[in-house]
Design a protein around this ligand. Sequence first.
Ligand SMILES: [Zn+2]
Ligand SMILES: [Zn+2]
Length: 142
Amino acid sequence: MTQKEICDHIHRHGLRVSKQRVAIYQYMTNPFHPSAEMIYEALRDKVSSLSLATVYNCLHDFVKAGLAKELRIENEMVRYDADISAHGHFKCKSCSRVFDIPVDVQKIRECLSEKNREIEHISLVAYGICEDCLANGSRGNA
Ligand SMILES: [Zn+2]
Ligand SMILES: [Zn+2]
């Protein structure tokens, strides 16, 4: 997404566009699903007067406005996802990055509706070692 597209996207969801929001949204679209702390660490030197509290507030506004989804993996800190559609995740135990993986949401819905069960939300996480860590020979200490 370009800077302009991000501004429009934020604006369309009813939020005021600010430099901080644009930077945070942009970082959130990276494919590793950062936590608030990771976003803060990455942006603190680039965005003036950014605090961890600002990052938290901003992410909270994004979630409320439907611009982001919280991703809870076991008892880890919350990660943030700019893709709000239902999909699965792959967590690398070595580098802690989280990647998107496809899940057959249609099939899950069909299967559950046949049994007359109602879905509220789908969360599917696979765990393992990512391609980069495998290539580096670091299987972590897991
Ligand atoms: Zn990895
Ligand atoms: Zn995702």
